[in-house]
Every structure is written in C-alpha cells, then in structure tokens.
Write a protein that binds this ligand. Sequence first.
Ligand SMILES: [Zn+2]
Length: 77
Amino acid sequence: MLNSKRPKACVECGLPFGHSDFTYHAGRVEKGPAYWSDQGILCSHACSTAHFLRREKQGNPMTEPAPNPFEKRSIFD
Ligand SMILES: [Zn+2]
C-alpha cells in the first residue's frame, strides 16, 4: 500500500526535498526527485541502495517500480 504521507524528505536520512544536496531528476528540482520508493522519496543513490537493502532485510522488498510521486502531483497539490 502506498504511504499516505506526502513525501517531503528523504525516507532514509531525512534530508529535506529542496536541499542543494538532494539528487533531482535531470539535476533540476522542478523535475522532482531522482530516486524514490513506494514509501517516499530518496535523496541519493546511496540512500536508494540503503533503502532497498533495509526493505529486503525487513522482508518487505520493493517488488515493482514505485509510481513517480510527481506524476501524481502529490507534492505540489
Ligand atoms: Zn537520504
């Protein structure tokens, strides 16, 4: 199930979306995050990997690509 909380920060390290260290799609904040899961957005490849490994450890692996939260405009509404 999708998390109903709107993604506003990296779910792994808590870096806020909009921070200059956040990795954006095509390098542009208005394009949205470069990494995300069904649980929220991820700031970097490192956090994406950490998130994937944590989910596997917890027995809750990501089994399919998560929907892009920006395509649903869940951050901007
Ligand atoms: Zn992070």
